[in-house]
Structure formats: C-alpha cells, structure tokens
Write a protein that binds this ligand. Structure first.
Ligand SMILES: [Zn+2]
Length: 67
C-alpha cells in the first residue's frame, strides 16, 4: 500500500515558469503535451502537474516503489 497525494490541478500549486504552472503535464516529461488534470506530489514533496494518463503512471510508480 502507498500513500497517494493527488488533488485537482490548481495554478497556485506551482512556481511560476514551471511546465506544470504553464498548464502542461510535467509528470510525463517533455514528450507529453496534454493539460494536467491533477496535481500529484512526488517523493521529495514537490508538486507536479499530471494529465489523466500520467496520473496513472504516478499511481503505478507509488505502488511499486512506495511512498
Ligand atoms: Zn501527461
């Protein structure tokens, strides 16, 4: 079991100038051009914007590697 930290994407979750703040999915890396639907929190405590596809990637990563 893993603790997942997910909420709906909000501009206030991010520092200006980041890919996530620009309304682009950052969990999927530079190849993903989708809008982030969610804000997820990585192991270092950083907020990352994630589209619906890459939110699933985040969930798999957390379940495999733990919190
Ligand atoms: Zn994505």
């Amino acid at each position: 079991m893993a603790l997942l930290e997910i909420k709906f994407w909000e501009l206030d979750d991010f520092n200006a100038g980041t890919k996530s703040a620009e309304g682009r999915c950052a969990w999927g890396g530079s190849s993903c051009t989708k809008k982030p639907e969610f804000t997820v929190t990585d192991r270092t405590g950083a907020n990352i914007g994630a589209c619906e596809v890459h939110t699933l990637t985040y969930i798999r990563d957390r379940l495999r590697n733990g919190a």
